[in-house]
Design a binder for this molecule. Structure first.
Ligand SMILES: [Zn+2]
Ligand SMILES: [Zn+2]
Length: 339
């Protein structure tokens, strides 16, 4: 048997088919790397200079309404444009190129400038879930759209300069890389087995117990066995629903509840509004049914304090990702945090 807490080893990510190197013996090494500035604290409830606050003027002169719950608008600096015509690169086949069409939107989670998801009432987060479902339905129904990515970039460390609680929804006319990898793995598993890959995986995690962070009637949150980021987590639905809109009323509320639980634990871990990128993965349009299983990924960059982050450099960029603290220890730290 391998001692996962002391021997260097690699673990397979079932969803992507890629390996991660784990070096648990290195966790005692002294840190001499970059130390980040603490994110600004002590925010006001309404900041007239914030372009996401109710009533503010945005780029191009548009003005936000005095919204009371969630508010969605088309991104003023969108990475994709809806009216891009379909085009393939001609000429050299080694220089392959295709045009991409899409729609990018911003969703404000709350009119309050100073909150994070963790600070919001579960009923208000449920309102965010309902807005995500509406947006998913609207964008997914459009002929040019193949895939809708709902995500949140939180914190200055993740490149999100505005602390106002908000997320993004990018919809695109092709299937992105991560979705293609996860589609193949989930399809292969389902063809060989009687359940989805993630149904079998959460059963194994619930059986082992050591990587579970929190759970409720509809969702389980764990540090995945193959996590790359120190405090990476996944939220997986107990029922193998394929898309957000298949969630029942109760499951939507439970999704709000588990998002509050994990983000609250994150904020308490280093006593700071925890930075992360999070987002949902679900069955894309045009993909056959039965193998996709709805889930969320949280990718936080922090390593050992509010000011020390993990970098993906060197061996990780050139060969494979690597981590020191084991997923089991990370799950234990998060589990001990109060909700
Ligand atoms: Zn604001
Ligand atoms: Zn995924």
């Amino acid at each position: 048997m391998i001692n996962l807490q002391s021997q260097p080893h690699r673990r397979l990510n079932l969803l992507t088919g890629e390996w991660v190197l784990v070096s648990p013996h290195r966790t005692q090494r002294p840190w001499q790397g970059q130390v980040e500035a603490l994110p600004s604290q002590g925010l006001v409830q309404h900041d007239p200079k914030c372009y996401l606050c109710p009533g503010s003027e945005r780029a191009g002169g548009k003005r936000n309404p005095e919204y009371k719950s969630t508010f969605v608008f088309d991104n003023d600096f969108a990475a994709l444009l809806p009216d891009t015509p379909v085009g393939l690169g001609g000429g050299n086949p080694l220089l392959r190129v295709e045009t991409q069409a899409g729609i990018c939107r911003v969703i404000c989670f709350s009119p309050r400038h100073d909150l994070t998801l963790a600070d919001m009432e579960t009923s208000a987060i449920r309102g965010v879930v309902d807005t995500w479902v509406e947006q998913w339905n609207d964008l997914n129904a459009r002929e040019q759209i193949r895939y809708v990515q709902i995500f949140e970039n939180r914190g200055e460390m993740m490149g999100s300069s505005n602390p106002h609680p908000h997320g993004q929804i990018w919809s695109i006319s092709s299937l992105p890389n991560e979705i293609l990898k996860e589609d193949r793995s989930q399809r292969e598993h389902r063809q060989a087995k009687s359940a989805t890959l993630l149904s079998d995986y959460i059963a194994a995690e619930l059986d082992a117990g050591e990587r579970i962070v929190c759970q409720n009637g509809s969702f389980v949150c764990m540090v995945p066995f193959w996590a790359i980021w120190p405090f990476e987590t996944m939220v997986i639905s107990r029922r193998p629903v394929e898309t957000l809109d298949e969630l029942s009323d109760e499951e939507r509320t439970d999704l709000a509840g588990i998002l509050k639980s994990i983000t609250s634990r994150y904020n308490k871990l280093f006593q700071v509004a925890f930075p992360y990128s999070m987002g949902f993965h679900q069955r894309p349009k045009g993909i056959d049914k039965n193998h996709w299983h709805f889930h969320a990924h949280f990718y936080p960059p922090l390593l050992r304090s509010a000011t020390v982050r993990k970098f993906m450099v060197g061996f990780e960029l050139l060969a494979m990702p690597q981590r020191d603290i084991t997923p089991e220890l990370a799950a234990d730290r998060l589990r001990q945090m109060p909700e």
